[in-house]
Design a protein around this ligand. Structure first.
Ligand code: PHE
Length: 517
């Protein structure tokens, strides 16, 4: 669709008309073609220097239905005068005078001294002929689409006899390369053209600097990654340190036991948790060198100097479960040492939070940790659940923290992604007390949505790690998929993640700013 396109014939028609009619007014030459189509043709031909044109904005006056009727049949006053004149004397009660138009006409005919009242009848003053000025003016409009007297125009618009409409018209002239045909245009200068000399006479297709290029087949960030980056920025701006979550497999110890999830808890069932079969078992809890290196880099610590007694920590955890300790009465069941060694696909990133909090015991103090990474749950897959998803998790340790402080922090945090105000609902987690579900008013969706889970880590969890008694720790978690689905208007999670994802959706979706929902 280059030289010809949808209005191919129009190109030629215009070029032909210019031969005898130069300059040419488009509304006269093409009264039934839309301005947009004309403009397309003009731009195409002018880019090839075949025509030049100027644009005019003007206002046309058009008759309304009532205006057209007066133009054809005469004004209301003319019609009243006409019936009175024809009858010689017309009773005021005559049905011909009953319409609203006849009432207006009657008043005007009095003013013009065409008729007068005589008793309860009307009689003509003028008997031969009258000049119907209104009709004449409307006939002008009908013929020329203009009205010269601006005062009268205003009056007629008010009386709903005419309307005005803006129109764009073009004056077109032959350009330096005008011809009756659009020449065949070369798109490239080829070696052949150079050799046979045809380049000298060839017409080259002009560059269209406004054309959108071919879509590039480049890589694209997944929407989840874009939203993840937004959250990372928010955390970094609030002085959080990113936790080393770069492992999907963890031991039952960090995923469950250290968080005091009872060994018989349904969350630990095969139906809820994926267990790894090869290898099936981890060693006893101990330092994770790669996690420590990552933490060292971010916290300016030196892990080789950090001494932590993992055996004692394990014994403490075991004691809390089985007999109670650190103020807890315990679950009072015989602790099974096989459970903490089972390898699992981590069911939450809180497994890594537990590792980091235990490590904090070597050098306790205020700190803010976050992570955004993948977790796995043995769920029935449906429109809103997959067997794997991403958790956003935050942990804040400090002295003198209170539940009100956690609520205030969450308010601050969610306000940054356009969710406020918040509501809190008491909840239960084995590792936090009190625990709160978080609901937020989503301004974009204009409704309350459940957005996360939170709480204050239990004292027996922190004390068994060796953290000081007056250090309090907030924790909160939410899914990354939820805000991403809301942000991109995706209703089915399988459109976002997995084998059914439409790649063009990934490639074409926009950058994201969470606070501008
Ligand atoms: N682990 C919780 C979840 O999976 C989130 C959470 C983290 C809750 C930390 C409290 C403290 O929903």
């Amino acid at each position: 669709a280059q030289a010809n396109g949808p209005s191919g014939d129009l190109n030629l028609e215009l070029l032909h008309k210019l031969e005898t009619q130069d300059p040419l007014q488009t509304q006269d030459a093409f009264p039934h073609i839309s301005q947009a189509e004309i403009k397309g043709v003009l731009d195409r031909l002018s880019s090839r220097l075949m025509v030049t044109y100027t644009t005019h904005d003007s206002e046309l006056v058009a008759l309304t239905k009532e205006g057209q009727q007066i133009c054809d049949e005469g004004s209301h006053e003319f019609k009243v005068w006409d019936v009175v004149r024809k009858s010689g004397r017309l009773s005021l009660k005559d049905p011909a005078l009953a319409t609203p138009q006849a009432k207006i006409g009657q008043g005007n005919a009095f003013k013009l001294k065409w008729i007068k009242k005589d008793g309860d009848s009307l009689v003509p003053i003028v008997t031969d002929s009258v000049t119907d000025a209104t009709q004449q003016l409307l006939q002008e409009v009908n013929d020329h689409k203009t009205m010269s007297d601006p005062k009268l125009l205003k009056d007629f618009i008010k009386r709903k006899l005419v309307t005005t409409q803006k129109v764009i018209t073009y004056t077109v002239q032959k350009g330096p390369k005008w011809a009756k045909e659009i020449p065949v245009e070369a798109k490239d200068l080829t070696a052949d053209m150079l050799q046979d000399g045809s380049w000298k006479t060839a017409t080259f297709k002009p560059y269209n600097f406004n054309a959108l290029g071919e879509p590039q087949n480049a890589g694209a960030l997944h929407p989840l990654n874009k939203v993840r980056e937004e959250f990372r920025k928010i955390f970094f701006n609030m002085e959080f340190i990113e936790m080393p979550t770069a492992r999907f497999v963890d031991s039952g110890f960090w995923n469950f036991d250290a968080l005091y999830v009872p060994q018989q808890h349904p969350a630990r069932d095969l139906q809820d948790t994926f267990y790894v079969s090869d290898p099936a078992e981890a060693g006893p809890p101990g330092p994770d060198p790669s996690a420590d290196v990552a933490l060292d880099a971010m916290t300016n610590t030196n892990s080789t100097k950090i001494k932590l007694d993992y055996e004692k920590y394990y014994a403490n955890v075991r004691a809390v479960h089985q007999d109670g300790a650190f103020g807890s009465i315990g679950y009072r069941y015989p602790y099974n040492d096989a459970e903490p060694r089972r390898l699992v696909l981590r069911t939450h990133t809180t497994a890594v939070s537990a590792y980091c909090l235990h490590r904090l015991a070597a050098n306790p103090g205020p700190v803010r940790y976050f992570s955004i990474d993948r977790v796995f749950r043995n769920e029935t897959v449906d429109a809103t659940h997959l067997a794997e998803f991403h958790q956003i998790e935050g942990v804040i340790a400090d002295y003198g923290l209170t539940l009100g402080g956690l609520q205030a922090f969450l308010q601050l945090f969610f306000d940054k992604i356009g969710v406020s105000p918040l509501r809190f609902k008491p909840a239960y987690n084995p590792y936090t007390e009190p625990s709160m579900e978080v609901f937020g008013f989503h301004k974009g969706l204009n409704k309350w949505v459940e957005i996360g889970n939170s709480g204050m880590f239990r004292p027996e969890m922190l004390l068994s790690m060796g953290l000081p008694a007056d250090l309090r720790v907030y924790g909160f978690g939410l899914s990354l998929e939820r805000p991403t689905m809301i942000k991109y208007g995706v209703n089915n999670i399988r459109e976002l993640l997995g084998h059914k994802v439409d790649l063009s959706f990934i490639e074409n979706n926009a950058a994201v700013r969470l606070d501008k929902d």
